[in-house]
Structures are given as C-alpha cells and as structure tokens.
Design a binder for this molecule. Structure first.
Ligand code: F6P
Length: 350
C-alpha cells in the first residue's frame, strides 16, 4: 500500500516595526503555497518571540479573506532578538524541529533579517522578505511599506502648506526613516518642501534660515521644512526621544522638528514656527496600490525560493525585476539616499 507523503509545513513570521503590506505578503505566500505546492502553512506569533516560545497560528485559505488592504500584521510583530538571551537561538531550532517545520519565511528589516541570516548559518532553512517603511535595506531598490509612508507624508505636506500659508508660519514636518532620509527626501520632493533635512547630509541651521529668508525676499512669508527623524546638525548628534536602546541597540529617535523650530525662532524677530511629528501614522492603515503589488510579488517570489530549496536568500526588486540576494550580503549594511536625488530636491530649497 502506498503511504501518503506528509505535507511540508512552512512557518511565516513578521518582525520589527510593522509596515503596510505585511498582510498582503502573507496572503500571497499562503495562496500560492497551498494552491500550487500543497504545503501546510503556520503563522508564528510576534516575530522571533513566537518561534522562541513556540506560539503558532494556523493559516489556511479562509484566513486570507480581506487581507490584501489590511494594515498591520495579523501575526503580530515584536523587536525580540533571540540572540540576546542565552538559549534563544537553540529554542528556535528546537521548536522548528519539534513542530515539524520545513522552512521559515521571515518578513522584516535589517534586524529581523540579521537574525534570519545567523540562524541560517546555524542550519535553519529560511528565506527573507524585505519590509520597512525606511527603505534602507541594501540589495533591493524598494522595501514594501515605503511608498505608502511617502504618500502619507506627501499628503500631510499638502495639508500643512495651506495652514502654513494662511498663518505665515514655518512648519517643520518630522518624518520617520531612522538613520536614512528616504521618506523625507521623496515626500519632500513630492510635497514641494522648501528644505529637506536628512541624516546623510548633516544640516547647518543658518543655511536653513537662509532658505526662509530667500523666500521672504520673494514675498513668500511661509515655509515648509521636512526633517527626517535622524537628521542632525553639523558636528552634532541625532536627537533622541528617550534614553535607552532596544534589543538591537537602536535608540528611539524623535524631537528634531521641535529643535529646528526653536533654533529658527532664535534667529528671526517675527517668525512663528510649528513642528508636526507624523510618527506612526506613516505605518498604520492600508498599503497603497504600489505596495500591494510589490508585497504580492515578494510573497510569490519567497514561496518559490522555498519550493526551489534556495535558502539563506532575500527576495528583492532590482529595476522592476524580481531577484534574490544572499542574506549575508544584506545585513550589517545600510542603503543611504541617492545623493543625485537629493540634489534634485535641493534645486527647490528656498
Ligand atoms: O524602522 C521603522 C521605524 O518606523 C523607524 O522609521 C522608526 O524610527 C522606528 O521604526 C520606530 O519604532 P517604534 O515603532 O518601536 O516606535
């Protein structure tokens, strides 16, 4: 009698900060995995934490209803770093083996994929999907979530323009992006910012004030400045919201918008400034159409890699072509902004 072959089980997890499009990736993987490859899929709760502690959520075709436009992650997420505890990595390998999981697909940014890469070296069959609104991962032109964050920041800039103009104010919009200025730069260009401050180009506050003065000379008595949360003054440090670091050693950035506003007020007799911190509005809610398509393509590419047994890889988009790059070539690096794009933005400063 023929024995039925056991179904291969694949575990999916999302780690780090959420990004619009995680659920669209899950939908895409689960659909293709079950429909075309006959795999069994299990979700891991809250990123690496769920794999350390063995917490799973069954996923089937019915779990996919309504997922494409849904923000957040139905699996939950965390910034758990299993290498911070003595036996975190061992617990993961044990849980994977005890639950008969044949492969893991990790959806995350540099921290989550850094863990994936180390676990791969320890024998875990894993594939990565690049997720972060910061767009700072090397090896891929885009991470999903980024374009949605840019659209939200651009809409905020359009709204700030009308109120800044009516009140003759300088408004500073502080956006996320951690140590890179991708969101600030693209939103700033799209939203017609009068100055864009990014971590890659430490700013001189007097030059920022010059932009405002140039506009005043042209009769433009309001200005809009976009500041990446990681922007810092020349010779200075990033401004942090609170002391302490997370499990991956990151400080919580925030406050540069207020700092810039106060410095501008010190340098002008009659300028009223306001700072707006866009914060997690950039991450919450539905992915835009671009990110839904990108997330869908990443999901299909990831399950295809698993099916081909090509582990230790991250799916990526390069020039609109889906490719894969070794995780080890991605981690420990940072994709900083294209300075040619910055020069385009700078053409419109002041
Ligand atoms: O990496 C994504 C990101 O949104 C950064 O832009 C930001 O600095 C950070 O996460 C905020 O993290 P948290 O959600 O823990 O406040």
């Amino acid at each position: 009698m023929l024995r039925r072959r056991k179904k291969i089980k694949i575990g999916l997890l999302s780690g780090g900060g959420d990004a619009p499009g995680i659920n669209a990736v899950l939908r895409s993987i689960v659909r293709k995995a079950i429909q075309d490859y006959g795999y069994e899929i299990v979700g891991v709760k809250d990123g690496w934490r769920g794999l350390v502690e063995g917490e799973f959520i069954p996923l089937d075709l019915k779990s996919l209803v309504g997922l494409l436009p849904k923000g957040g992650s139905i699996l939950g997420t965390s910034r758990t770093n299993p290498f911070k505890s003595e036996d975190g990595a061992e617990c993961i390998l044990k849980n994977v083996s005890e639950h008969d999981i044949g492969a893991i697909i990790a959806i995350g940014g540099e921290d989550t994929l850094g863990v994936a890469s180390k676990l791969y070296e320890m024998g875990l069959p894993v594939v990565g999907v690049p997720k972060t609104i910061d767009n700072d991962l090397v090896g891929t032109d885009y991470t999903f979530g980024f374009q949605t964050a840019v659209s939200i920041a651009c809409e905020a800039l359009d709204r700030l323009h009308t109120t800044a103009e009516s009140h003759h104010r300088v408004i500073i919009l502080e956006v996320m992006g951690r140590y890179t200025g991708w969101i600030a730069l693209e939103a700033g260009i799209a939203g017609g910012a009068d100055a864009i401050l990014i971590p890659e180009r430490p700013f001189d506050i007097d030059e920022v004030c010059e932009c405002i003065r140039r506009r005043q000379k042209r009769g433009r008595n309001f200005s809009i400045i976009v500041a990446a949360e990681g922007a810092k003054p020349k010779g200075g440090e990033e401004i942090v919201y609170s002391s302490g670091v997370d499990a991956f050693g990151h400080a919580r950035l925030g406050g540069v918008g207020y700092y810039i506003g106060k410095e501008i007020e010190k340098r002008f007799e009659n300028i009223d400034t306001r700072a707006v911190v866009l914060g997690h509005l950039q991450r919450g809610g539905s992915p835009n159409a671009f990110d839904r398509v990108l997330a869908t393509r990443f999901g299909i590419a990831a399950i295809d890699l698993v099916h081909e047994g090509r582990f230790g890889q991250m799916v990526a988009i390069q020039g609109n072509v889906m490719v894969s790059v070794p995780l080890k070539d991605v981690i420990g690096k940072r994709k900083t902004v294209d300075l040619k794009l910055y020069e385009i933005g700078a053409t419109f400063f002041g």
